[in-house]
Design a protein around this ligand. Sequence first.
Ligand code: 57M
Length: 358
Amino acid sequence: MLYIWLYPLHTEFSFLNVFRYLSFRIIYAAVTAFLIAFVLAPWLIQKLQELRLGQQVRDDGPSTHLTKSGTPTMGGILILFAVVLSTLLWADVTNRYVWMVVVAILGFGLVGFLDDYLKFIRGRSKGLSASQKLVTQVLIALGIGLLLYFLPAFSSKLNVPFFKNFTPDLGLFYIPFAIVVIVGSSNAVNLTDGLDGLAVGPVMIASLAYTIVAYVAGHRIISDYLLIPHIEGAGELAVFTAAVFGASLGFLWFNTYPASVFMGDVGSLPLGAALGTVAVISKHELLLLLVGGVFVIEAISVIFQVASFKSRGKRIFLMAPIHHHFEMKGWEEPKVVVRLWIIAILLALLSLSTLKLR
Ligand code: 57M
């Protein structure tokens, strides 16, 4: 909104001309979101404690987790508030992609909130059933996929990292493909959110990587130079991803070991969906497998563990997701978290290199 309200005044006050620069708005979207999360978190943590919204910790997990019982959860509400407010302040609110990602993050946030609400407020320990969660996620992702597919400028061609001339056209199949990307990333982040800072760290790293990807995709000259699809208006998505980065950084201050607050499904589900939606709109869907490699590793560890246990009656890992496997091997929690952050950073750097290696 600041862009719409203040930039036109630059003829009177020349310094307001700065609002026309996307790079300026990206940086201050991140700073604003950080400050909102950082300043409001103590108040929210106190409120969650007063409302007794403490995490019930399962007793079949690593014993080190039992001390976490009662830690306030649903802190993701603050992340969503910081992201949406900062985006609406700093992005061009006439940009349709901005509204698509805001609807996506709020829609999945509502699914997560309902799950947490049933679990922690209504005392229904399982929350929403897996099928209820999946159906609502698919419906929201379907809405996004249809909106995108029927946009005149949208292409259903798939952009494959490293191969500039191999762009298979998925046609109508792009819609179910987009659903898999968005719902898959949402649930992968949810599975990853099992140690202090373990989900929010890679979300920060991935949102920073997609800030660069969206900026480049929306820049006609740079996208042409790199031979990547130019998506007119995609640059405004970088304001959104920068807000996700800033809000996650602010939340990390309180979620780092030993965590004072957990984000809850109300945080993990929308954050994953936001990354998936940005990946689809910016036409860097497969790149998310690399940028979000830690989430992929975590999800695959569960799939393999469950498949092995069901087919052979044996586990591959001491416990899935894989972060618990390392805990069971004796790694301290901060060691598991920071080492997975290191892998996330390396994967993000490799991902960005694919923009040039084509
Ligand atoms: C999401 N939730 C955490 C917190 C967070 C199929 C199976 C793999 C499902 C999986 C599962 O239940 N996943 C749900 C992970 C939970 O965190 C809460 O959930 C929110 C995210 N959705 O915001 O509110 C626990 O994680 C810990 N935590 C932290 N710090 C954080 O910042 O320490 C979370 C955030 C919290 C806290 O202890 O209570 C979770 O782990 O449930 N199941 C599992 O992950 C379980 N694995 C398992 O059963 N493996 C089996 C089979 C099914 C694969 C096996 O290996 O044989 C593990 N999780 C738990 N106990 N809690 C192990 C057993």
